[in-house]
Design a protein around this ligand. Structure first.
Ligand code: ADP
Length: 267
């Protein structure tokens, strides 16, 4: 899956990244869906090991335009994991209390502890995306944030957090179809938010802001992956594979029992 990883120091132009790409799995959708199921079963075991060992901390950042599929990834890839060890932190419009602090304050509190996986559904990157595009802060404020964010993630990594960041890349046409489906299908209407149209009208500005994020903040210790996300099954396959491969590299083991359990007799 290295082809989707943004190499540090390269300039990303999203026009060069095909949201329909499925180059790593040519066997088609139905086999792809089966592969995703297998990956989520494997993830279930690896997460149990992570929780039992209580040593590693895993932070997964999900960013996307509206309808990009963040919720779908959480539902499908993390299907079977034990909720005790996995937390989803969703970052919405900051509260007055959040705004009374620096922008990383609400973020740092949600980062994973030992044995935990935390999934960020949106993240501190909103502070250089929506804040920039919607002019919520002037450039001299948000421009400095790329350095803060790199330093913050370096701190987390130095202290033992494994960080993976996924940008779910959909096309403007695919977003149109997904928004239309939210209008047309009664059980999807609850997801329709007229505010999404305001962001859609600024699509080009968002792509430009994302290109800056992806170019400036993909680091060896906190890489970005640009996930082709027009096909949901392929999106899940890419993310599931990267997660499973990353967790397997940690070479986790169940902790040794405190004493010789073979000698214990239960009457
Ligand atoms: P989602 O779209 O993630 O399912 P919502 O529809 O509730 O959830 O949208 C959350 C909103 O919060 C988004 O419009 C997003 O841009 C906004 N948001 C998140 N973080 C910030 C931030 N730091 N500053 C301003 N707006 C933010």
């Amino acid at each position: 899956m290295d082809r989707y990883r943004v190499q540090p120091g390269t300039r990303v132009n999203l026009k060069d990244w095909d949201p329909d790409d499925k180059a790593n799995f040519e066997k088609g959708k139905s086999k792809g869906l089966k592969a995703v199921l297998k990956l989520s079963e494997r993830l279930e075991l690896l997460q149990e090991l992570l929780f039992a060992q209580g040593k590693h901390k895993i932070l997964i950042v999900l960013q996307a335009m509206d309808t990009g599929g963040k919720d779908g990834v959480i539902r499908r890839v993390f299907d079977g994991v034990n909720p005790q060890g996995v937390k989803v932190a969703s970052f919405k419009v900051p509260t007055p209390e959040d705004l009374a602090h620096d922008y990383l304050w609400r973020i740092h509190k949600q980062t994973p502890g030992k044995g935990e996986i935390v999934i960020f559904n949106r993240s501190h990157y909103e502070d250089v995306l929506v804040v920039r595009v919607q002019n919520l802060a002037p450039p001299d404020i948000w421009e400095k944030r790329f350095d803060h964010i790199n330093a913050f993630e370096r701190l987390l990594a130095d202290e033992g957090t494994t960080i993976l960041k996924f940008y779910l890349h959909i096309s403007a046409d695919e977003q149109k179809a997904r928004l239309q489906a939210r209008l047309d299908e009664p059980d999807k209407r609850w997801k329709f938010n007229p505010g999404d149209l305001k962001d859609r009208a600024l699509w080009g500005d968002y792509m430009h802001a994302y290109e800056d994020v992806l170019s400036k903040t993909s680091m060896p210790w906190a890489p970005w992956y640009i996930v082709p996300a027009n096909r949901k099954w392929y999106r899940d396959l890419v993310i599931g594979t990267v997660l499973v491969e990353t967790l397997e590299k940690l070479k986790m083991r169940y902790p040794e029992p405190a004493e010789d359990l073979d000698k214990i007799v239960i009457e």
